[in-house]
Each structure stands twice: as C-alpha cells, then as structure tokens.
Design a protein around this ligand. Structure first.
Ligand SMILES: [Zn+2]
Length: 182
C-alpha cells in the first residue's frame, strides 16, 4: 500500500516502523523528507518514501525546442527536448497547427523547431509556431539531405541547389541555438 506524501508528513510511528529511504525519525514520529509515495515494508519494519520522478510538462507561454516527429496535413507533432532552454527527458509531445502558414513544408520530420505553448486541450499540449522567433532552427535538404542556407524566406541546399520553404525561426542556424543542442 502506498500514499502520496509531502516533506514533513507523518508516515508512521517509531513504535511500529523505522525511517527508511527519504524518511526521518522526529521523536517517535517518522516523517517523509521528500515528495513521493510512502511504502511500508512490513517484513523489515521500515517505511520508505519512493521519490516521484519529476515529469516536465510545459505550461502556457513556455518556449520549447523539439524534434518534429510527424508532419500531418494541417499540423506537426513535436517531441519536446527543451522547455525554456532546460533539457527535458520526459518524452512529452506537443502539436502545432500549421494550416494558416501558407507554406508547403513548414517543417520536416527530424527538423528542430522552436515553439510557444498555447495551452492544453483534450489531453494534448498545443503550441504555436507563428512568431518571428519561432519556427525551424535546423533542417536539411528534402532532396539530398545536405545542409541548407536561408535565402530571404526560403532555403537553398548548399549541395544540390534545391530550394524549399520552411517556417524559419529568426534563430535559424544561430550559434547560440547550437549550444542549446549540445
Ligand atoms: Zn540538396
């Protein structure tokens, strides 16, 4: 049996159980020292608190950087790698509507994009790409997979010369974003 506890919560009395992981004895009371789930080990007569792994969920207004996982007709799905420049490993995705951008290839799968979270709806995290700072940070040529250079509002492949459109971020190919990628 386990229960959600906060630091300082009474989780047992010393007469019954000893303080285990993430717990401490305070007089004859055993208290939690972290947020988590208290678990009583009857065999060892110990009470432990299992620390919850923090899951990073972006909130409205957060700036996220992520990898495009899927491109659908009117939206892209993005696996979030950074929330407000902090790396996250929680495998959270957001979706971003692209219909109103009037671009054929707003972003491609595997592109790195910068988005702003606009809110949560029906269990999905929604983001926008419509701001000069938002958009593609890193992309490749759709034809040959080589690097591309921006030319006004389009991009051109340095290898095969293929031109394409993307919703580029004003940070496209900037060195400070490359630091963020490391
Ligand atoms: Zn190319």
């Amino acid at each position: 049996m386990s229960n959600s506890v906060l630091p300082g919560d009474k989780i047992a009395i010393m007469e019954e159980y000893e303080a285990g992981n993430n717990a401490c004895a305070d007089g004859h009371i055993v208290r939690a020292t972290v947020i988590g789930q208290s678990e009583i080990d009857k065999k060892e007569r110990v009470v432990n608190v299992k620390n919850n792994k923090p899951i990073s969920i972006p909130e409205k207004g957060d700036i996220v950087i992520g990898t495009v996982e899927a491109v659908m007709g009117s939206m892209i799905a993005v696996l979030i790698n950074y929330i407000n420049s902090k790396p996250v490993k929680s495998q959270v995705e957001c979706i971003c509507a692209t219909r109103s951008l009037r671009k054929k290839n707003v972003a491609l799968v595997k592109d790195l994009v910068k988005l702003k979270i606009i809110g949560h709806l029906n269990g999905a995290i929604h983001a926008t790409i419509q701001d000069p700072g938002l958009g593609v940070l890193f992309t490749k040529c759709r034809k040959c997979g080589m690097d591309v250079k921006p030319m006004r509002d389009i991009i051109k492949c340095v290898e095969c010369g293929w031109t394409d459109d993307r919703k580029l971020s004003s940070d496209f190919l900037k060195s400070d974003f490359l630091k963020v990628r490391e």
